[in-house]
Design a protein around this ligand. Sequence first.
Ligand code: GCO
Ligand code: MG
Length: 406
Amino acid sequence: MKADSRIVEAKVIVTCPARNFVTLKITTADGLHGIGDGTLNGRELAVAAYLREHVVPCLIGRDADRIEDTWQYFYRGAYWRRGPVTMAAIAAVDVALWDLKAKRAGMPLYQLLGGRCREGVTVYAHAGGHSIDDLLESVAKHVELGYKAIRVQAAVPGVPDAYGVGHGTKPYEPADGDLPREETWSTPKYLRFMPKLMDAVRTRFGFDLALLHDGHHRLTPIEAAGLGKSLEEYGLFWLEDATPAENQGAFRLIRQHTTTPLAVGEVFNSIFDCQRLIAEQLIDYIRASVTHAGGITHMRRIASFADLYGVRTGSHGATDLSPVSMGAALHLDLSIPNFGIQEHMPHAALTEEVFTHAYSYAQGMMHPGEAPGHGVEIDETAAARFPYKRSYLPVCRLEDGTLHNW
Ligand code: GCO
Ligand code: MG
């Protein structure tokens, strides 16, 4: 069949198999299709409307092969640049076009991106517990599954709702409220508890295991500096999101006090969000994702820029990024020189009924697989069985009722 890469259809699919996902499916005149993820946790319908109302009409008739030009068209061409909704929508288009191009070339996407730089993608898992003992069991389970890097989060004594711990025996999934659930938080209790927690993990598992921890934006710069310092002896792989990063200069203060490696960026949507953090070498890992930071095209730019300064990637991979996002991220992870680590939070069984994927996990590593494209497909009939369900992330208050960062 003669190749005809004109876009004839672009469809936005919103589905909720265990949680909400927004998927864009682009089809070309010669019958090929590609899919991209545009999920923005708790704000899914804003991206769906942006795509349906403002992007899809401009896509019809465009040449799907012109990926960079299309990226520029929706970024520069929109006049209103950046922001999570716009950049997730651009990402959905971009990833779908890379998927299409790789399918057209008959190769897995990582080959089109320059080929693999390593044998596989090292991933980190989430361990969580309602107490230190509970957490140690969760770490042990993940060690048994072969993980070499594990994020540890545990309930803090006296704090009703620590970040990263599931409710009851359910796996951790924060977007669970029809309206935002309100959580209560105490930074002093958390700061006193953290060294005890890390000490227990190192005592039981030794120092070979890479340990990560997510502060989830809750500290001030000086509190974060203190935490980094108090955890130095436990040799963390990284301390994530110690402070909110609207203030990039805050990281200079943290850096001046501690050698604990710093990671940030899951809420970033543009290279400008991390320009200073990278150029001034204030962080060690940039955690932006293909879905929230403008797709493969923009993430490659961020990774290349970071490489100049010895900053490595640590792609966000929570369950609110769809399997499409995971597939695309794994191809990028495999093909860039300064890959650091990939987050791996396995999707629910229901999610995997809707999204099939060529990627796989074994012994602490993932591989995107050899299927042409990014290797992830959506079953539209299955997707239709799971209509959108409004779900919010929680909000967080201090013990005196002050609204805090969740
Ligand atoms: C992580 C994250 C997530 C976020 C979630 C918000 O490090 O994986 O912090 O758990 O909270 O992605 O949508
Ligand atoms: Mg995080």
